[in-house]
Design a protein around this ligand. Sequence first.
Ligand SMILES: NC(=O)C1=CN([C@@H]2O[C@H](COP(=O)(O)OP(=O)(O)OC[C@H]3O[C@@H](n4cnc5c(N)ncnc54)[C@H](O)[C@@H]3O)[C@@H](O)[C@H]2O)C=CC1
Ligand SMILES: O=P(O)(O)OC[C@H]1O[C@](O)(CO)[C@@H](O)[C@@H]1O
Length: 419
Amino acid sequence: MLRDRDTATKKALHFGAGNIGRGFIGPLLANSGYHVIFADVDEDTINKLNEVDTYGVHILDKDEHFRHVEPIGNVSGVLSHQPDAQFFTADPTVHLITTAVGPNVLPKIAPTIAEGLSQRRKSHPDGGINIIACENKVGATAMLRDEVLKSLSPEDAAWVKEHVGFANCSVDRIIPPFDPSEDPEADNDLDVGVEGFFEWVVESPALKEPKPHIEGMQLTADLVAYVERKLYTLNTGHATCAYLGYLKGLSTIDVAILDPDIRRAVEGALEQSGAALIKKHDFNVKEHQAYKQKILERFENPALKDSTDRVGRQPMRKLGKQDRLVGPAMMCRELELPNDWLLNAVAACLLYDVEDDEQAKELTGMIAEDGVIKVVRELTGLTMDEVSTVERKYEELKKWKKQSGRLETAFFFREGACV
Ligand SMILES: NC(=O)C1=CN([C@@H]2O[C@H](COP(=O)(O)OP(=O)(O)OC[C@H]3O[C@@H](n4cnc5c(N)ncnc54)[C@H](O)[C@@H]3O)[C@@H](O)[C@H]2O)C=CC1
Ligand SMILES: O=P(O)(O)OC[C@H]1O[C@](O)(CO)[C@@H](O)[C@@H]1O
């Protein structure tokens, strides 16, 4: 039987049928008239995508009056490691490839995309295409492009540079795992639960013509400002809240952000990253204040039931030089602004030892073997002074961790001072 994907005239191929794929990027594409082909390694999800006509996106607004379900149709699925994904990369009716697989997975899907582009060049040499990696990483699409180019012959690489647009983007919508069995309005296992807010901003100059027109996607010529604003505010605050919440024995973000000590530490980190962002990008102070306030309100949404474990996942990635903790701390230093609350968040990240998180296990093992100073120096690129501050805060937080589960005021966040 023909699926819609075989006859549709405008298609998009999206790698990663997870939370962001099914709950954000896929719906925006489908609602803009694309047939969305999800490519994923999860066979069960792919089979279901091919069986259903629609699935539901549950808008889990903080205010229950605004909660509702949006049906999403015109979707299908293919296994990402099978020839199908290459086939659709080469299909000239596929105008756009997007991803939401996690930054660490991009190198794994790059050879498939490279092979598909090579076939596209041979069968449709005029058939350009745009690619956008929707991941929490500065320059994720550029990284994917570099991985794709590594797998191509010089002739294919030259064609790709001319005909394929690789546009970086910033992607913002909180989408935790969703259990359909707990929601009476859930249709099937593909349903997702998302917050109402979303922001998808794409680097316009990098796109090839014809540029995609997708309702809900913003185009900008100054993506760096958007990416840094999002990653160093939403993600910085979220990660700080997750790591301190974990240490304090609080398992969800909405509960952790209402703890006065954690809130002070999150606000401290956001005041410092905000000062750097305003100075670097010349943001309007009042608008940035409102942006931060909105983010704190989003964290308070109890309907999302967002776990500190999800938001804290993969701590080693989150300690990267351009990532949400070290990135703003370095930006503060470069602009001669204080960064101690951000270093506090780095220290909290080092104490995240959730058992079923591979990176948390590895990080804890490295610290046990080599000590905090060596590990932080190797992973982060912070200065020696900053590393010493992180170590001191790590030791202080460790004492707090011993009390985890007890909700009394922490002893070291007194009088707004991050000691
Ligand atoms: N969930 C959220 O609130 C947000 C997530 N992001 C970013 O979006 C990206 C995806 O995150 P989520 O959707 O939450 O993760 P997820 O874990 O829900 O989805 C990832 C999907 O990728 C699939 N996958 C893994 N390896 C693959 C491969 N080789 N080929 C194809 N598919 C593969 C997985 O099976 C899964 O379905 C990450 O970079 C994340 O940082 C960005 C903003 C918000
Ligand atoms: O997806 P990552 O990079 O592991 O980080 C989780 C974070 O990303 C988000 O999913 C959205 O940016 C947040 O909900 C959370 O702060």
